[in-house]
Design a protein around this ligand. Structure first.
Ligand SMILES: Cc1cc2nc3c(=O)[nH]c(=O)nc-3n(C[C@H](O)[C@H](O)[C@H](O)COP(=O)(O)O)c2cc1C
Length: 173
């Protein structure tokens, strides 16, 4: 059930050395390609990074909270074309990134989102430009996030559920 996947999904930042198969990677990417976009515009692109040196470089795109990328088996960089999805490039990318994370859980894989927007590296460079340079991403692409994926090296606790009545309102706030 989808609810079980939602409970199982946790942000995991420590991974084993086990390879994510091409078959599993393709499954994840095919799920991502099915995510909705505003006006059904074709705005999404993905860059898959498996190369260890590139993962190491990517892991420093911001000062903190991206170091886990160097230990991921692979990373998917989620892009959207700002010229195509002028007002919704961030939403289109975020929804797609969520599909990636849920597809990963579905396969018994784990992942973590590294946020790019407004982030800077240790030299004060914008993270999106650091990533752009490493991966030759054209200027018109929004670099929304980098999702590190692999097999968990820790046993995550089940997601703590928020109180339903406190968070859900019917008809009025
Ligand atoms: C939009 C967004 C940005 C995030 N950025 C980062 C990040 O840059 N680095 C990181 O380690 N985790 C990041 N996370 C993971 C969150 O810290 C994590 O989802 C949150 O603590 C809840 O834990 P859970 O995912 O295990 O439920 C991000 C998550 C989201 C949804």
């Amino acid at each position: 059930m989808f609810l079980d996947l939602c409970k199982k999904r946790r942000s995991i930042r420590k991974f084993t050395d086990k390879e994510v198969s091409d078959e599993d990677l393709n499954y994840i990417l095919n799920c991502a390609l099915l995510s909705p976009t505003a006006k059904n515009f074709d705005s999404k692109k993905y860059i898959v990074v498996r190369n260890k040196d590139t993962l190491l470089k990517l892991s420093t795109f911001k000062k903190v909270n991206s170091g886990f990328l160097k230990d991921a088996n692979l990373a998917i960089v989620v892009l959207t074309d700002k010229d195509i999805a002028v007002n919704t490039y961030s939403q289109d990318a975020s929804i797609s990134a969520t599909y990636i994370q849920m597809a990963a859980v579905d396969l018994g894989l784990s992942s973590c989102w590294a946020n790019v927007l407004e982030q800077k590296d240790a030299k004060g460079e914008f993270g999106h430009n650091v990533i752009r340079n490493i991966l030759s991403i054209p200027e018109n692409y929004n670099v929304e996030c980098v999702i590190g994926i692999g097999y968990a090296n820790v046993i995550p606790r089940e997601k703590k559920e928020l109180d339903f009545n406190e968070h859900v309102h019917f008809e009025k706030f």
